[in-house]
Design a protein around this ligand. Structure first.
Ligand SMILES: *Cc1c(COP(=O)(O)O)cnc(C)c1O
Length: 421
């Protein structure tokens, strides 16, 4: 479940300049609109583009539902927890994947009718909240202890609740904390049945973040082998298999390197390739045993390109050092000390990348937006854009020294507004 800043290193190579230019060109083309938004609402700002969000949601759904008979899609709210963003995805037929009582409350308030609640260590209060909505929430149990606690909450309320069980798919290291080991599936199922009040409906797994589908496909194969050993009573009970999130955008992962203006890319693949490979694995190993619904929990893939950050140059301290009006608290972690995202000078646009430290205004040196910008020059009051920053930034924002920026929503090329605080 999260995004620590550890990177899979594998087929790393240098990021070709053409890829960067192709990535920034559409944003530069629309610079007038982003500048209008900054002018209307001030800086710094998060900008949510709901038309981009809708396109991503439709694209993800189409990629998988083309191959599989029955599918359901749940947006992982933790990847960007702006309620307006989740609300918009509800309108496009997504359910919500929540991971705490706070997120569950937001999903309920948004009127979500199909919510899955996953995550380790759910408290009694969180379970009790979920138990009030057995027609809207499926709890994905993280352990047998949790099943037992939920059963006693339900006993008190004289209610029943649909549940699934999370399987651990990576027992090495810190990922051991999630779910139940596959070898314990049968005894876990028997326990869940024995507790009563729990309507067992399916299985879930989630494989961190994946630049390609290999690891997820390998676990689907393993899951098929496990299912083939399970009794008919179990197979009959399974209504869904939820294969989680973790689909990395096709652009791949871009990282700083030791070489100035040289970046490392861990290449990604298209969502169509994920869909084809994972669906093939599902059709080969799962559907022959169980004709069930296949569920998905994408977060990053859906929200990343839908939100950008606009900041403004406050102080040009030297020809290669500027201070901006927003700090790292905007993204919540020291992301751009390791990750690379182009910084675009919208006020003085250009396709050449110029060396200049673009720093935030927090009283800490660990407050970096980038070591270069794209533009013809950089001056005080220039508006800079850090595009496609929707995932694991907004959710991690924090009130630290500087205030948290407001959110502007852009619905299409001529309609945008400021969200109320
Ligand atoms: C974080 C998480 C997701 C979303 O992961 P992304 O990499 O953002 O797609 C989905 N499911 C679970 C259980 C998670 O913890």
């Amino acid at each position: 479940m999260l995004t620590a800043n550890t990177h899979m290193t594998g087929a790393n190579s240098l990021l070709p300049k053409e890829k960067i230019i192709a990535f920034i060109t559409p944003y530069l083309k629309n610079k007038g609109m982003y500048l209008d938004i900054a002018k209307a609402f001030g800086s710094p700002l998060y900008v949510l583009e709901t038309d981009v969000l809708a396109r991503k949601a439709a694209r993800f759904r189409a990629a998988f539902s083309r191959h599989l008979p029955e599918t359901a899609f749940f947006y992982a709210m933790k990847s960007n927890n702006l309620p307006h963003l989740s609300g918009h995805l509800l309108k496009h037929g997504f359910g919500l994947d929540v991971s705490s009582g706070v997120e569950l409350s937001v999903a309920l308030e948004l009127g979500a009718s199909s919510i899955i609640f996953s995550g380790p260590g759910k408290t009694i209060q969180e379970l009790a909240l979920a138990a009030r909505y057995p027609d809207r929430v499926v709890i994905l149990l993280d352990s047998i202890g949790e099943a037992k606690r939920l059963a006693s909450v339900l006993e008190e309320k004289q209610k029943r609740m649909p549940v699934g069980l999370r399987l651990n798919n990576n027992p090495e290291g810190l990922w051991r904390k999630f779910g139940v080991l596959p070898e314990n599936l049968l005894s876990a199922f028997e326990d869940i049945q024995a507790f009563g009040r729990l309507d067992f409906q399916g299985l879930q797994f989630h494989a961190s973040w994946n630049l390609n589908p290999d690891r997820q496909a390998a676990f689907i194969k393993k899951l098929g082998q496990i299912l083939s050993t399970m009794p008919k009573q179990f197979l009959d009970a399974v209504k869904f298999i939820d294969i989680g999130g973790g689909y990395w955008p096709a652009q791949g992962e871009w990282l700083l390197s030791d070489v100035p203006q040289g970046y490392i890319i861990d290449p990604g693949v298209s969502i169509d390739l994920f869909a084809k490979e994972l669906s093939n694995a599902i059709k080969e190993y799962i559907l022959p045993l169980i004709q069930c619904r296949i569920c998905f929990e994408p977060g990053r893939w859906i929200c990343n390109e839908a939100m950008h950050i606009l900041i403004q140059v406050v102080d040009c301290k030297d020809k290669d050092l500027v201070i901006t009006d927003a700090g790292g608290n905007t993204v919540g972690w020291e992301r751009y000390e390791t990750d690379y995202c182009p910084v675009l000078n919208l006020t003085r646009p250009g396709l050449s990348e110029k060396k200049c430290r673009i720093l935030g205004s927090l009283c800490t040196p660990h407050d970096v937006w980038g070591y270069t910008y794209f533009g013809s020059a950089i001056k005080e009051n220039d508006i800079l854009m850090i595009p496609a920053q929707g995932a694991y930034t907004y959710s991690l924002r924090q009130q630290f020294i500087k205030p948290i920026p407001r959110v502007a929503v852009k619905e299409n090329s001529n309609r945008y507004f400021l969200l109320p605080e």
